[in-house]
Design a protein around this ligand. Structure first.
Ligand code: ZN
Length: 82
């Protein structure tokens, strides 16, 4: 019996700490993206993007090569809380 399933999904790093308040972020979901425009996608390696929320201050983050704010999800989240 051979298992290859785990090789398809890159390992997810440990949940990072919130740069704003130091709380450990909560993983929301992961997307696989080339991170490039469609015309360049064929030559770009696919990159997993991990999405996180901070349970303490409510900031949304995404992690690809480094941790960055996620203004798109932040806007959605803020709108839902109003
Ligand atoms: Zn925070």
């Amino acid at each position: 019996m051979t298992s290859v399933s785990s090789s398809d999904v890159p390992p997810r790093p440990d949940d990072p700490d919130c740069p704003d308040c130091g709380e450990t972020l909560v993983h929301v979901h992961t997307e696989i993206s080339s991170g490039a425009f469609r015309t360049q996608a064929a030559s770009m390696p696919e990159l997993p993007i991990h999405f996180y929320d901070c349970p303490a201050c409510g900031t949304c983050w995404k992690f690809a090569t480094r941790l960055l704010p996620d203004p798109v999800r932040q806007t959605i989240r803020d709108a839902e809380q109003r």
